[in-house]
Design a protein around this ligand. Structure first.
Ligand SMILES: Cc1ncc(COP(=O)(O)O)c(C=O)c1O
Length: 397
């Protein structure tokens, strides 16, 4: 069969692939310490589940308007007004089947052959492939681990060309945990306004930040950039609702309308029941976030402490999201009976096969030197996994 050429430009999501392998191993009875999956381990809040159950009981189980039900879009407008300080109109809001789908619609509506899209490295695995699926070209903006992966204006300007269409920002960042400060966001906004490119601001981890660091949205810091910015968010991470598949965007009316048209010809509306659940989540107060952070912070501290105790591993403390992103380059060149560790993938494969530890190698995030560990599993799993990791790394010659 001759498949469309676009299928050859992308790979399946590496994070979902590794998570599926780990799940398959667990099914075979193998005790896997799974740090691959990017989701909170706690349950979706009970009041959110109750709203979904009520929706089913009430027969709210049919098609809805393509961009989402009015009440949910109004709740999203309110959320952006409260959190980001910008009041959008309803026509500027689109609800989709997860933030990944939001970003997909966005790429399809905005990018085409000849366009360049700037992506800071390390990046979330799906950004480059979504750009490629839209026939555009990702341009990678290198950042420096020793400077906290901050975007430097001069480096950003060096990536620009007459073909630059957009910059994808992700703060707090998956995989590094970087949270951009006011100065960085002001600098980025200034460059964007001067050079007329759009900003796509993926803020899906906005509720997860530590050590007094606050999440700032570029549109709050520099409201003059709001007409040229698309905010992407969703309920997956903030409300432990990864399976419900609700993401949303706010941005220029023309672009949101085009995304809406693409959605109308692909998925139609997001699931009616999930929309009611998301509505409950967004209007149900903020107490769940404190609970979530109370769960995550000790896990972060333990994971980083344990990783840093392993010789050859250097792990900065992430200040946002829920991933540790240790540098493992010092282990390259070490050997085990079946081969040599030369890359993050070699190490991740060794850890999975020999220590039953699932983590994601750095390459699909654009890093040749790191592994990504999600620290959402239990403290006990982190202890167990890190004990095994210590032993596995010590066993390397
Ligand atoms: C940076 C980033 N953006 C978007 C998404 C997609 O989120 P959703 O589950 O809402 O599709 C993820 C999921 O891992 C993510 O890490």
């Amino acid at each position: 069969m001759k498949l469309a050429t676009r299928t050859t430009r992308i790979v399946p999501s590496p994070t979902l692939n590794i998570a599926a392998t780990a799940k398959a191993m667990v099914k075979q009875g193998i005790d896997v310490a799974d740090f691959s999956i990017g989701e909170p381990s706690c349950d979706t809040p009970a009041f959110v589940k109750a709203a979904a159950q009520a929706a089913i009981q009430a027969g709210f189980t049919k098609y809805t308007p393509v961009p989402g039900i009015d009440e949910l879009r109004e709740a999203i407008i309110e959320k952006f007004h409260q959190d980001q300080g910008i009041r959008y109109e309803k026509a500027q809001i689109l609800v989709s089947c997860g933030a990944k789908h939001t970003l997909y619609n966005l790429a399809q509506a905005l990018f085409e052959s000849g366009d360049e899209v700037i992506i800071p490295v390390p990046y979330w695995v799906s950004y480059p492939d979504q750009v490629r699926l839209a026939d555009a070209t990702p341009v990678f903006l290198q950042t420096d681990e020793s400077k906290g992966y901050a975007i430097e204006p001069a480096a950003l300007e060096a990536c620009l060309s007459p073909h630059t269409k957009a910059l994808i920002l992700n703060s707090p960042c998956n995989p590094t945990g970087t949270v951009y400060n006011r100065q960085t966001l002001e600098d980025i906004a200034r460059v964007a306004l001067r050079h007329h490119f759009l900003i796509i601001s993926d803020e899906i981890y906005e509720k997860m930040h530590y050590d007094g660091m606050e999440h700032l949205s570029i549109v709050s810091v520099a409201p003059e950039v709001a007409p040229h910015t698309i905010l992407v968010n969703g309920v997956s991470k903030a409300f432990a609702m990864t399976g419900w598949r609700i993401g949303y965007a706010a941005g220029p009316k023309e672009l949101i309308t085009a995304m809406n048209h693409i959605q109308s010809q692909s998925t139609s509306n997001p699931t009616s029941i999930s929309q009611k659940a998301a509505l409950a989540a967004l209007t149900g107060g903020t107490s769940f976030f404190a609970e979530l952070m109370g769960d995550l912070e000790p896990k972060r501290n333990l994971m980083v402490e344990r990783l840093n105790k392993i010789p050859g591993i250097m792990c900065p403390t992430p200040i946002g999201a829920f991933y540790a992103f240790p540098n493992v380059a010092a282990l390259f060149g070490r050997r085990h009976p079946k081969g040599i560790i030369s890359t993050p993938s070699d190490l991740a494969t060794y850890l999975l096969n020999e220590a039953n530890i699932a983590c994601v190698p750095g390459e699909p995030f654009g890093s040749p030197a790191h592994l990504r560990f999600s620290y959402t599993p239990t403290l006990e799993t982190i202890h167990r996994g890190m004990d095994r990791m210590e032993t596995a790394i010590q066993a390397l010659a």
